[in-house]
Ligand binder design. Structure first.
Ligand code: GLN
Length: 210
């Protein structure tokens, strides 16, 4: 049995936990997975993979520092063997550079990406956009992607694959680097767990099935 952690320092972690539990049950894989909330280095040690939720990246970084989680998190997410998925604030946190960040905001440096916070501006604060992800999730031609004061990926390193770009703005909203996944929207706030299945199948189970 694998253990998949959801970082629970702050933000929308409960939704991820529920979606991951539902998704793993529906996948019917020979591999099973325990989904746990992670607040301590000890809990993190038991994890085979980690999801970092949306919320507020500056607050998340502050709480991680105050609870001595910054270094354990860095070590975990920088380990090439560990599948990691960051959504929204989590995407900012796993990046290597932030634009419009707070001066002392800390990053985990798991993906070679620059992320721009609050990229959609005030007017477009929050919106749900139907996006076609069928190029990497077979059959997913229309997925309601929820953007809430969302960041976008503004620079990518050589080893980063762009999974999804918005048609109108050209904003990059989903990226992959090895077994690290980053999305600027909140798949855990939609009514479909297709993204959670994709992460579990293509990142977690794939990594541990051999
Ligand atoms: N604007 C938030 C940040 O900078 C991210 C928003 C979100 O996670 N929904 O951290």
């Amino acid at each position: 049995t694998l253990t998949v952690g959801v970082l629970a320092l702050q933000g929308a972690f409960i939704e991820h936990v529920l979606f991951l539990r539902q998704a793993i049950a529906e996948l019917n894989s020979e591999l099973s997975a325990n989904i746990i909330e992670v607040r301590t280095a000890k809990q993190l040690e038991t994890c085979n993979a980690l999801v970092i939720p949306g919320g507020e990246s500056t607050v998340m970084s502050l709480i991680a520092e105050r609870t001595d989680m910054l270094e354990p998190l860095r070590q975990f997410v920088q380990d090439p063997a560990k599948p990691v998925w960051g959504t929204c604030a989590g995407l900012i946190f796993i990046g290597s550079k932030v634009v419009n960040g707070r001066k002392d905001q800390k990053l985990l440096n798991a993906m070679d990406i620059e992320v721009t916070r609050n990229a959609f501006g005030r007017q477009l604060d929050s919106k749900i956009v139907s996006l076609d992800f069928s190029s990497f999730i077979p059959g997913l031609t229309s997925f309601p992607a929820t953007f809430i004061r969302a960041p976008v990926v503004s620079e990518v390193g050589e080893n980063v694959e762009i999974l999804s770009k918005l048609e109108d703005s050209g904003f990059v909203v989903a990226v992959k680097q090895g077994n690290k996944l980053g999305t600027s929207f909140h798949p855990e706030l939609s009514e479909s767990n297709a993204f959670h299945k994709y992460f579990l199948e293509q990142y977690v189970l794939k990594t541990y099935s051999t």
